[in-house]
Design a binder for this molecule. Structure first.
Ligand code: MRU
Length: 401
């Protein structure tokens, strides 16, 4: 679980958690002065005011890791997008609490320890609402600690069980993503014809940076590439936070995968030119009927794909499926700060929009199931085998058990 040359957003050893800072590069710590007057003055003052912090430019220009010592640090890191991506959010949240309870001097009973863990998990879930992976993990961990409390001798053993379960999430996620990659690459080749090289378009960041490693939609792209059948991956910028241009482009270059960056608004033209055979995206929450919440702009891509006869795939672990919601209408969509649109650098840079304009900035949208060709999971590919060409996700999950 230590550091390696592979791209890792989460570095963990028992008692220590570090997260790769995925916030855009910015000199926002420096006081705002007119750089025409003296271009180096803001930098010098910034150094004096905040130590050498201002010198650290973050991903993709520099890899800076942030220490996370407890669940409050974890909550802030998730809310501020230091760590983002549905699976990574869930794992980072659980591990932030694992670090907090490691060596915790807790004097209460096992039931009190379970309740302590439960409350902290509830608090962590409140950091970002749309991705289901975090609330799914929290529920499973809460059930685990309250079951354990029924027979445990002391509080320490509750924390021990919790820490081991949180650590397992980190390991399991990579294995799940590799399975998603294999299933997806095999399925795409069968659907699109394996004799020709495949070009795909992806959106947002679903790779090593959004997961414990390898990625979901980007994992399928990695598997196509290592299978020698990927012609090219196109990635969108993913406005306004630019997860595509900053993070996905970074991963594709890092792994030497042939790739081209496009503006979000170029996607329809790309499809019209016949340059991609498939769109492949991740998911933050998949409702029981297959409606899928994912990064804002995913819905636009699915409509364009339908119009141009391009296949549209969702790749996600089964922990992204929320069978309690009949359709996407019930998914709560997180809205983020107007500053992401009003200012450059995802809200951290200078103001670029007209003062006084009002802003609507949903972080996600919902793609209806009828625009999705198939959902690729670690247990296999969910196709439209239900009545009237619908997804039978519940049946798929039961059969996969
Ligand atoms: O706002 P973000 O960056 O957390 O949004 C991420 C996405 O929408 C991803 O596509 C999704 O979480 C899947 S990550 C494997």
């Amino acid at each position: 679980m230590g550091e390696s040359s592979a791209l890792q957003s989460i570095l963990y050893d028992r008692g220590a958690l570090r997260l790769l800072d995925q916030v855009p590069p910015s000199a926002s710590h420096a006081p705002s002065l007119d750089s025409k007057w003296c271009p180096v003055l803001p930098l010098l003052i910034g150094v004096l005011v905040s130590g050498f912090d201002v010198m650290q430019r973050k991903l993709p220009l520099e890899e800076v890791y942030i220490d996370v010592k407890d669940s409050a640090d974890g909550w802030n890191a998730i809310r501020d997008m230091v760590v983002r991506g549905a699976p990574a959010i869930a794992i980072a949240a659980a591990l932030s609490l694992a670090v907090e309870v490691n060596d915790h001097d807790f004097t209460g009973t096992p039931v009190e320890a379970a309740s302590f863990v439960s409350k902290k998990l509830e608090y962590l879930v409140s950091s970002r609402p749309t991705a289901v992976n975090l609330s799914d993990a929290a529920t499973k961990l809460q059930n685990l600690v309250s079951r354990t409390a029924e027979t445990a001798k002391d509080a320490k053993s509750i924390f021990q069980v919790f820490i081991e379960a949180a650590e397992a999430m980190l390991v399991d996620d990579v294995a799940d993503n590799k399975a998603i990659g294999l299933h997806g690459a095999e399925f795409l080749q069968r659907q699109l014809g394996s004799s020709r090289n495949i070009s795909v378009l992806t959106h947002c960041n679903t790779g090593s940076l959004a997961t414990a490693g390898y990625g979901t939609a980007l994992g399928v792209i990695r598997a196509l590439h290592s299978g020698g059948v990927l012609e090219k991956a196109f990635c969108t910028e993913t406005r306004p936070f630019n997860q595509g241009s900053r993070l996905t482009a970074f991963e594709l270059v890092h792994d030497k995968i042939p790739a081209t960056l496009i503006a979000d608004s170029a996607a329809a033209a790309l499809m019209n030119n016949g340059q991609v055979q498939a769109v492949i995206v991740g998911a933050d929450r998949i409702a029981a009927n297959g409606d899928t919440a994912n990064k804002i702009g995913t819905y636009n891509l699915s409509i364009s794909a339908k119009h141009h006869g391009v296949q549209f795939y969702v790749a996600a672990p089964v922990t992204s499926i929320d069978l309690s919601l009949p359709s996407g209408k019930q998914i709560v969509i997180e809205e983020r700060s107007p500053k992401e649109l009003l200012n450059s650098e995802g809200g951290l840079g200078k103001q670029v929009a007209a003062s006084g304009i009002s802003v609507w900035n949903p972080a996600f949208d919902v793609t209806p199931a009828n625009l999705i060709t198939a959902i690729i999971t670690e247990k296999g590919v969910i196709t439209k085998s239900g009545p009237n060409g619908s997804f039978d996700i519940k049946g798929f999950i039961e059969r996969a058990k």
